[in-house]
Design a protein around this ligand. Structure first.
Ligand code: SIN
Length: 490
C-alpha cells in the first residue's frame, strides 16, 4: 500500500543515502529560492566530498544484489514508480513550478514527459538481450551478453528538474545499475521528491542515492565521484564547459561518460514552407520553458522572399505571450532561473542591438514582475558577428537572420562547434532529403518544432556531447558487453 503525499510532504531537506534521509555530514545547509521573487522555499543539505563518498559506499554495497534481480522484477518496480509519479502529477508540477519557475501547465507537461521515460525503461528492462554468435569452429560456442556497467553518477540540470533525472535514473535501474545522483543547486527539491517516490515504489535501500549541494560544495562532491574507481559511469546534462571538465577528470579511472551538452540550434524557414506551421513550430520550440531548453532554436534563419511576413507574424504571436510567475494561471513565460541567466540574456540583446539588430518586440527586462523576468523578444537583422550567434542565449529571444540560398544557410547553420538539435521548414521533398543529411546535428526537426519523445534517441554530436537518452538505444550507455567463449563442446 503506497502513501499519497501533498506538495509540502514531498519536500525533503536531507540527502537520501542507503535508504535513509540524512543531513550533510558537516551539518551545512543552503537555501532553495523561488526564481520569481527570491523567497526561500527550503533550507536543505549542503553536501560535500564526504557525503558523495557515503552515497558511493551505499551504491557499491547495493550493487551485487540489485544486478542479480530479474529484469521483470526491476520492471515491476519501475512500473510502480511510474504509477506514483502519475498519481502525484499535480503535486510534482507545483514543486517544479515553485523552484524552477515554469508555468504550471508546463510543469504538468514535464511530469508526464519524465514519467514516460520511466514507463519506457520499465519495458526496455525486459529486452536486454544478448546474442549467440554464428559458429566459427566445431566444439566452440561464442556469445555476447550484456551486463550492468556498475555504479552510475547522474548529475542533472535545473531546466527540467524532473524529466532529466528520470531519464537517467530509469535506464540505469532498468539495466541493473545502482545510482548516486546530484541535482542542480537551483532545483533540488523535485529530484528529492522523485527519489522519495522511487523508495515508496520499492527501490531497495542503497540502489538509488541522492545528495544535494550548493554550487561550490557540489563541485567538491562531484569531484569525489570522478576520482572514485567504483563509479563506472557519469551521465550529465548541462553546459559544454562542465561536460568537458567531467570528461577530463573522469579519464583517470576511464569511466563511461554520457554528455548531453549545450546546443546552438538553427531553425531554418525556406520560402516554400508553410509559414503558419513554421511560426507555430518556432513558438513551441523557442518559447518552451522560456527558451531555457538545450534544443531551443538559438538562430532563426528565414529566406529573403518570406522574411518580412514571417517576422511580422512571429512578432505578433510573441508580443501576445503572457509573462508572469507560475502562480499566475494564464502565465506562458515564467521567470528565468537566476540573475546570472537574465544578465546573459540582456548582454546578448544589448550586443545585438549595438551591432545593428532591430527589436520587433520585447528586448528588455521586466523589473515590475521581479528581477528575473525578461520580455519575450524578436530581433530582426541579426548577423553572424553577434554574440547570440556564437553562444547559446538560453532565454526567450528569437533573432532572425536573413538568407538567400540553400547552401548558404546550411553553411551558416553548421558554422558552430555545437550539434544538438536543428529544425527546418520546407514543402520540397527533395530539399528535405538534402538538408536533413547536410545538417550537423544529432536531432533534426523537419516541419516540426516538438521533437522530444521517450521513444526517440536524444543526444548530440560535436561539442554538444555523446551518448543517447531514451529510445531502444538509451540502455546501451548503462550496459557493457561481455564476450563468452566456451570451448571443448564436441
Ligand atoms: C534539455 O533541455 O536538456 C532537454 C530538453 C528535452 O528533453 O526536450
Amino acid at each position: 500500500m503506497t502513501r499519497k503525499f501533498d506538495t509540502d510532504q514531498l519536500v525533503r531537506t536531507e540527502n537520501f543515502i542507503g535508504g535513509r534521509w540524512v543531513p550533510a555530514s558537516s551539518g551545512a545547509r543552503f537555501a532553495v529560492v523561488d526564481p520569481a521573487d527570491g523567497a526561500c522555499i527550503a533550507e536543505i543539505a549542503d553536501s560535500a566530498a564526504a557525503d558523495a563518498r557515503a552515497a558511493t559506499d551505499a551504491a557499491a554495497a547495493a550493487l551485487p544484489a540489485w544486478r542479480e534481480t530479474l529484469p521483470k522484477e526491476r520492471a515491476a518496480i519501475l512500473r510502480r514508480w511510474h504509477a506514483l509519479i502519475v498519481e502525484h502529477e499535480a503535486q510534482l508540477a507545483a514543486l517544479i513550478s515553485r523552484e524552477q519557475g515554469k508555468p504550471l501547465a508546463e510543469g504538468r507537461g514535464e511530469v508526464a514527459y519524465g514519467a514516460a521515460y520511466v514507463a519506457w525503461f520499465a519495458e526496455e528492462a525486459t529486452r536486454i538481450d544478448g546474442d549467440l554468435l554464428a559458429q566459427q569452429q566445431r566444439g566452440k560456442r561464442m556469445s555476447a551478453v550484456k551486463e550492468p556497467i556498475g555504479v552510475v553518477a547522474a548529475i542533472t540540470p535545473w531546466n527540467f528538474p524532473l524529466a532529466m533525472i528520470a531519464r537517467k535514473i530509469a535506464p540505469a535501474l532498468a539495466a541493473g545499475c545502482t545510482v548516486v545522483g546530484k541535482p542542480a543547486e537551483d532545483t533540488p527539491l523535485t529530484a528529492s521528491a522523485l527519489v522519495l517516490l522511487a523508495h515508496e515504489a520499492g527501490v531497495p535501500a542503497g540502489v538509488l542515492n541522492l545528495i544535494t549541494a550548493s554550487r561550490d560544495r557540489g563541485i567538491e562532491a562531484v569531484a569525489d565521484w570522478l576520482h572514485d574507481s567504483r563509479v563506472r559511469k557519469i551521465t550529465f546534462t548541462g553546459s559544454t564547459a562542465v561536460g568537458k571538465y567531467l570528461a577530463r577528470e573522469s579519464a583517470g579511472t576511464l569511466k563511461k561518460v554520457s554528455l548531453e551538452l549545450g546546443g546552438n540550434a538553427p531553425f531554418i524557414v525556406f520560402d516554400d514552407a508553410d509559414l503558419e506551421a513554421a511560426v507555430t513550430g518556432l513558438m513551441a520550440s523557442k518559447f518552451r520553458n522560456g527558451g531555457q531548453t538545450c534544443v531551443s532554436p538559438n538562430r532563426v534563419y528565414v529566406q529573403a522572399g518570406t522574411y518580412e511576413r514571417f517576422a511580422d507574424l512571429l512578432a505578433q504571436r510573441v508580443a501576445a505571450l503572457k509573462v508572469g510567475p507560475a502562480s499566475q494561471p494564464d502565465a506562458q513565460i515564467g521567470p528565468m532561473i537566476n540573475a546570472r541567466a537574465v544578465d546573459k540574456i540582456a548582454r546578448h540583446v544589448d550586443d545585438a542591438v549595438t551591432r545593428g539588430a532591430r527589436v520587433l518586440t520585447g528586448g528588455k527586462r521586466l523589473p515590475g514582475l521581479g528581477p528575473n523576468f525578461f520580455a519575450p523578444t524578436v530581433l530582426a537583422q541579426a548577423n553572424a558577428g553577434m554574440l547570440l550567434c556564437a553562444e547559446e542565449t538560453f532565454g526567450p529571444v528569437a533573432p532572425l537572420f536573413r538568407f538567400e540560398d540553400e547552401q548558404e544557410v546550411i553553411d551558416a547553420a553548421n558554422a558552430t562547434p555545437y550539434g544538438l538539435a536543428s529544425y527546418f521548414y520546407t514543402n520540397d521533398i527533395k530539399r528535405i532529403e538534402r538538408v536533413s543529411r547536410a545538417l550537423e546535428a544529432g536531432i533534426v526537426g523537419i516541419n516540426e518544432g516538438a521533437i522530444s519523445s521517450e521513444a526517440a534517441p536524444f543526444g548530440g554530436i560535436k561539442e554538444s556531447g555523446y551518448g543517447r537518452e531514451g529510445s531502444k538505444y538509451g540502455l546501451d550507455d548503462y550496459l557493457s558487453i561481455k564476450y563468452l567463449c566456451q570451448g571443448n563442446l564436441a
